[in-house]
Design a protein around this ligand. Structure first.
Ligand SMILES: C[S@@+](CC[C@H](N)C(=O)[O-])C[C@H]1O[C@@H](n2cnc3c(N)ncnc32)[C@H](O)[C@@H]1O
Length: 262
């Protein structure tokens, strides 16, 4: 076997989408310890949140998965919505190229500054798995505005965030002198203090190259996240605690009807 040979997932016979693409990138960091069953479940959990957000809406003609990574959720979206036009975006070009090639998606390059990012079209469904979980508050606001600019009227965004459940896990680790999702103990406590004082806390990873973008761990209460979306012009569809993979909170929001936002 060549090192460049693709890895293949073993899809259990009871997996509801037997049409799921089983090719996995060797660079997919989300396939920790080769736990294929959990990897596939994370995709199904994303679909369950998407289904709730789409209730009462027409099936999406266009879907954006951003950040796509190496397609952990893209493959589930492709399997569940085979007739939708699928778009993928990430700041990592290898991820975008892999997903475009493997899932027949349209690849779109992202960048650190969402204020000037323009894909030149809108989407009926935007899935955002684990991006704002890594961003500081001002960048999250820019990202929410970016999403609202890219939603069709009647479209919906489904976005994961670290909420109170993750805050509890982090506090438990810090109390034992441990780290916080990759952030060291001192910076972790500063982040947790921010979370309890204002509803939002953030710390860069020690390895973050700040000349590229600020990137680390963000924690927010549901109240902070919903208030921030509303201030950016969005309408909350739902907020559910630890609803993605029993881990991240999930927020769904839309453009208010009649909104003429550009
Ligand atoms: C934790 S991974 C999640 C990937 C994927 N959504 C999943 O669940 O498997 C975070 C991803 O965000 C991407 N990313 C970081 N900054 C970004 C940006 N400014 N725009 C788009 N993607 C970004 C990273 O390259 C990485 O693929």
């Amino acid at each position: 076997m060549q090192v460049s040979d693709p890895k293949r997932l073993s899809v259990p016979p009871d997996y509801p989408y037997q049409n799921v693409v089983d090719i996995v990138s060797r660079s997919d960091e989300m396939l920790a310890g080769e736990d294929y069953a959990h990897y596939l479940d994370v995709g199904l959990s994303a679909l369950a949140n998407v289904a709730l957000a789409l209730k009462g809406r027409t099936s999406p003609a266009s879907i954006l998965d951003m950040p796509c990574g190496h397609g952990r959720v893209t493959r589930a979206l492709k399997a569940a919505f085979p007739d939708s036009a699928l778009f993928v975006s990430d700041i990592d070009s290898d991820s975008v190229d892999f997903c475009a090639r493997t899932f027949g998606a349209h690849g779109l390059a992202s960048q650190p500054d969402f204020r000037t990012l323009d894909f030149g079209r809108r989407f009926d469904l935007i899935w955002v798995g684990s991006l704002i979980t890594h961003l500081p508050a001002d960048v999250i606001k820019d990202f929410f505005r970016f999403v609202l600019r890219h939603l069709t009227e009647g479209g919906v965004a489904v976005v994961s965030m670290h909420g109170s459940y993750v805050a509890g896990r982090i506090v438990a680790s810090l109390l034992q002198g441990g780290e916080a999702y990759g952030v060291d103990n001192v910076a972790g406590w500063r982040m947790v203090d921010g979370f309890f004082a204002s509803g939002f806390g953030y710390a860069n990873y020690p390895t973050t190259d700040l000349s590229v973008q600020r990137y680390g761990v963000a924690l927010a209460t549901g109240r902070w996240t919903c208030k921030t979306v509303r201030r950016c012009g969005g309408e909350i569809v739902f907020y559910q605690e630890h609803a993605w993979d029993r881990h991240h909170d999930v927020l769904a929001f839309a453009r208010p009807s009649g909104d003429r936002q550009q």
